[in-house]
Design a protein around this ligand. Structure first.
Ligand SMILES: Cc1cc2nc3c(=O)[nH]c(=O)nc-3n(C[C@H](O)[C@H](O)[C@H](O)COP(=O)(O)OP(=O)(O)OC[C@H]3O[C@@H](n4cnc5c(N)ncnc54)[C@H](O)[C@@H]3O)c2cc1C
Length: 428
């Protein structure tokens, strides 16, 4: 079992309704491959698929079931770009930054192409992403929109009344409508990627935690009832990383995010919520994100807590937030509640690393991993297969452990409390 996991958070709307995935038995005995991937979320599955398509013999092992981590639990929002604006990424990385921004901007295209190419049934909708701002966040949002438009992206400014009309409610002062975004049923998408990987020849194993990774002539990954020997290894364990590689575990802070969902909304709800089915997140520090799924349920997420009383309080707070946004939801039951770990990095960027020759890691998607982890998987999978173009897409950086990482829960609680207070007091 994954360290410190709260099992109750794993049962979600998505687990109840997801399409089945491919067969993935537990590994028993010894197997060999060119590449062993540890972790069966979007990053691991996309790496596996793209490496296999590029000709590598690939084995993927997952500690629980495929898509069990953040990938099967998220909001299903397919978002372009990174947490940081194009200008900041380019200022830090120069021409390499331009390439990173191109990859991040194109990530939703990759997701929807994969869905189409592999016939993945996952309630995909592409009506765009609304990034909604309160009055104190509007100038920054407009500036971000202008930066993306300068790069050719279809991003439109929405006034306050336009935003409220498209949402069917809310209290935002304005928004960006980024037409590249969309929504999917995330667990069905993860299982669909797994199916595509299996068809490309990847051998998938679930209920197979990697217990030790070592190098003896080649990489050897020990599991409870077997072992994988491979030339290269990719650790795609992200916010669920344990002590397998301590510097990877300490490179990200796992922050709990939770969601609640109704059943299908009644047809006569007035005003209707998100009639065109855009996905929405706001730009506050303690942000809310919400959408309707393909069957018309309303799903909303926000800051969680690490367990017990804090978690029940966080669920109640989220219900209250939902009603403040959309009073027309009053009286409807919240049928589902769940959560998972968002892997946050100190520079708000995903990290690709090679801490030892042939041992790669990818993670830290900062709540933007549906599209970006899929894209990073393509970059990593092709890179591992020797594609020089992919090598130039994203820089390798050393894994830098975050100081005082073991106190991260206390730090996160303080940051969440301060962020909420600053949002309420409108302190920039
Ligand atoms: C509640 C929530 C809402 C979110 N909403 C959105 C959203 O709407 N849009 C968006 O873009 N992003 C969202 N995110 C973020 C997104 O889900 C992640 O960025 C993305 O899923 C990361 O994928 P991953 O493959 O890197 O990691 P994960 O999906 O977390 O996969 C890691 C896997 O590694 C496995 N593992 C760990 N240790 C081992 C081991 N030793 N051996 C074998 N396997 C191991 C775990 O079991 C896990 O399945 C959200 C995240 C959460 C938690």
């Amino acid at each position: 079992m994954i360290e410190n996991e709260q099992p109750a958070l794993a049962a979600s709307l998505w687990t109840t309704k997801a399409a089945p995935g491919p067969e993935a038995p537990a590994l028993s005995g010894e197997v060999e491959a060119d590449l062993c991937i540890v972790g069966g979320g979007f990053a691991g599955l996309s790496t596996a698929l793209h490496a296999a398509e590029a000709g590598l013999d690939v084995v993927l092992i997952e500690a629980e079931s495929l898509g069990w981590g953040a990938s099967g639990r998220n909001g299903g929002q397919v978002l372009p770009g990174l947490k940081e604006n194009p200008r900041e990424v380019e200022a830090r990385f120069g021409p390499q930054g331009t390439r990173m921004i191109e990859c991040a901007g194109a990530a939703p295209d990759l997701v929807f192409d994969l869905i189409e190419r592999h016939g993945i049934s996952c309630g995909a909708m592409r009506a765009g992403w609304i990034s909604a701002a309160m009055s104190d966040g509007l100038t920054a949002a407009r500036d971000r929109g202008a930066q993306w438009r300068a790069l050719g992206a279809d991003v439109r400014d929405l006034s306050g009344p336009e935003t409220r009309e498209m949402l069917g409610g809310g209290y935002y002062a304005g928004a960006l409508w980024d037409r590249r975004g969309g929504g999917v049923q995330p667990l069905s998408y993860a299982r669909g990627l797994a199916g595509a990987a299996a068809s490309a020849g990847v051998r998938l194993y679930s209920h197979t935690p990697a217990r030790r990774v070592g190098h003896e002539g080649q990489w050897r990954i020990e599991t409870p009832s077997g072992r994988v020997s491979a030339q290269r290894v990719a650790l795609c364990t992200n916010g669920y990383s344990g002590p397998l590689l301590p510097e990877l575990q300490r490179n990200v802070v796992p922050v709990v995010s939770i969601q609640i969902a109704t059943d299908r909304l009644p047809r006569d709800l007035t005003p209707d919520i998100l009639p065109q089915r855009q996905v929405v997140s706001d730009t506050r520090r303690q942000l809310l994100y919400f959408r309707r799924d393909a069957e018309g349920r309303f799903v909303i997420g926000g800051a969680g807590a690490y367990g017990g009383v804090g978690l029940s309080r966080a669920f109640r707070r989220l219900e209250a937030e939902a009603l403040q946004l959309f009073p027309q939801l009053g009286g409807l039951a919240w049928q589902y509640g769940w959560g998972g770990r968002v892997a946050v990095t100190t520079d708000h960027l995903p990290h690709l690393a090679e801490p030892a020759p042939g041992l790669f890691t990818a993670g830290g998607f900062n709540g933007r991993g549906l599209a970006m982890a899929t894209m990073m998987g393509r970059i990593l999978g092709r890179r591992l297969a020797g594609d020089a173009e992919a090598e130039a897409d994203w820089p390798l950086e050393p894994l830098r452990p975050i100081p005082l990482h073991r106190f991260h829960r206390l730090g996160v609680r303080t940051v969440i409390a301060t962020a909420g207070l600053r949002d309420r007091l409108r302190i920039p």
